[in-house]
Design a protein around this ligand. Structure first.
Ligand code: AMP
Length: 472
């Protein structure tokens, strides 16, 4: 099913003065969120009561090149989306924003996350005559909203939320409103920003910095924010005692310069590195990190251990997050193109190498080999999160069960497989400590197999297959 494992970034702007051009804001905002999805990009705008949109496969700067953005100038409201999906077709029909017309008008939706009951909802809607044009969960959400349209948009979103199980950080644009929605678990981040009189919604606060907007606050789990001519209104639509913010956002996914629930992503990673040094010290000459996501943890390790930080790997700047090339041989080649050992710094040295995670083990294995070929005397891997032992059902692509090296192997077996002299992982307990100031609880299902919902039950029959394919 195509909608599994989506990683996305969402952005929205409601313009209230001439200080900004909404189209420019959404373009630069999406640019800042590019790391959240590199497969397709799209923007929808509302101008003079009309909604227009454009989306295509590719990076933001490729999709919106030339004077494409100028066509969007003068917009009052704009929403944008970057998407990455792994399974199934990555087709432009599945790109977002999803723009749909229904009896009360037109809606543009952008969604980050994954519904675990999408398949059941889709079947139910189809049995009732609904026709689907895409395979994304977002269309299920759009259908549910449209069906309750008589009640007004906010009421219909609230009713829709009653039916949704899983993760969703969304923007919904009508011709005169920008609406932000965060799922009751708060699984995916969504923040509110402001620039002069205009409001911004973004998956990550780094996108505010990119357009000189100030951070106002995070949208609360279960909250709907409605921005319109009447100003800004908040509805605690689905308050829940239980929250489950994705810990992997802090580990790998989010930008280090973002703050989630007020907690610096960089800071959380640095702390994870320091804890690793405390728990798993080893004598060595240098500490290094796998660029870029593991650098803050490596700095934390170096500082705590007193061992000097040196760059062991050079990274090709013109390469994105290549980890997920569909075929394994491409993935392996990808690592070599992306990273190379810095012989000058590692030759004859005992190296502690920090990475933020081991998923399939492809990267670690290649890197250890590279460092050895470049003359490293010893390579000690330290991972600033626990072994990934289970897939994510809430929107992060961490591969299927049988591809996860941590699912079937002990730490010692993994050490052998990747060829390191030693290997140690941060515990889940320590990891959760690194971001606890945010006040939310976490989903750490990929590390613990403990999900905030009964995944198998909620995914229902339609998705049994996926669970089986994933070796569950
Ligand atoms: P692997 O080679 O499969 O073990 O992947 C681990 C490497 O990919 C680490 O260097 C991580 O920083 C990075 N990584 C971890 N999770 C993801 C993800 N969901 N998407 C892309 N890269 C990832």
């Amino acid at each position: 099913m195509d909608s599994m494992n989506e990683e996305c970034g969402v952005f929205g702007v409601y313009k209230n003065d001439d200080f900004i051009e909404a189209a420019d804001a959404v373009f630069f905002g999406l640019y800042a969120l590019q790391h959240r999805g590199q497969e397709s990009a799209g923007i929808a705008i509302s101008r003079n009561g009309r909604i227009d949109n454009y989306k295509d496969m590719g990076l933001v700067a490729e999709v919106f090149k030339g004077d494409r953005m100028e066509e969007f100038y003068g917009a009052k409201i704009a929403v944008g989306h970057v998407r990455y999906s792994t399974t199934g077709r990555s087709a432009v029909t599945n790109a977002q924003p999803l723009v749909v017309s229904y009896k009360s008008g037109t809606l543009a939706l952008t969604h980050n996350g994954n519904l675990i009951n999408a398949s059941g909802l889709r079947t139910e809607l189809e049995e009732d005559g609904a026709i689907f044009q895409t395979t994304i969960d977002t269309e299920v959400i759009a259908n549910l909203i449209a069906r309750q349209a008589n009640e007004g948009i906010i009421e219909s979103i609230i009713k829709t939320m009653d039916r949704l199980k899983g993760s969703y950080a969304m923007t919904v644009m009508t011709k005169d409103k920008l609406i932000g929605v965060r799922d009751p678990l708060g699984n995916r981040p969504l923040s509110l920003g402001r620039i002069n009189e205009s409001y911004i919604l973004a998956s990550e606060t780094a996108a505010f910095d990119a357009i000189d907007a100030e951070y106002v606050r995070d949208i609360k789990p279960g909250e709907i924010i409605e921005i319109s001519e009447a100003g800004i209104k908040s509805y605690m639509a689905k308050p829940s005692e239980k929250t489950a913010l994705c810990i992997f956002e802090y580990v790998y996914f989010a930008r280090p310069d973002s703050y989630i629930e007020g907690v610096s992503v960089y800071g959380a990673r640095e702390k994870a590195g320091a804890l690793l040094a405390k728990r798993f010290p080893v004598e060595a000459d240098i500490v290094s990190g796998v660029p870029d996501s593991a650098l803050p943890a490596a700095m934390g390790y170096a500082e705590e251990s007193g061992i000097i930080y040196k760059k062991a790997l050079a990274k090709n700047r013109y390469i994105g997050r290549t980890f997920i090339q569909p075929q394994q041989y491409m993935r392996e080649r990808g690592v070599k193109i992306k990273l190379n050992a810095l012989r000058r710094n590692v030759e004859g040295k005992r190296v502690i190498l920090i990475d933020d995670s081991i998923v399939r083990g492809t990267t670690s294995k290649k890197i250890v080999e590279m460092l050895r070929n470049a003359g490293a005397k010893e390579v000690h891997m330290r991972i600033s999160s626990p072994p990934v032992i289970s897939p994510c059902y809430f929107g992060i692509d961490t591969a299927s069960h049988e591809q996860l090296i941590g699912a079937k192997n002990s730490v010692e077996a993994i050490r052998k497989l990747i060829g390191a002299d030693s290997l140690a992982y941060l515990s889940a307990e320590d990891l959760l400590e690194t971001a606890k100031e945010g006040g939310l609880d976490f989903c750490s299902g990929c590390f613990t197999r403990e999900y905030p919902m009964d995944v198998e039950h909620e995914m229902g029959k339609g998705n049994k297959l996926i669970l089986e394919q994933n070796g569950q």
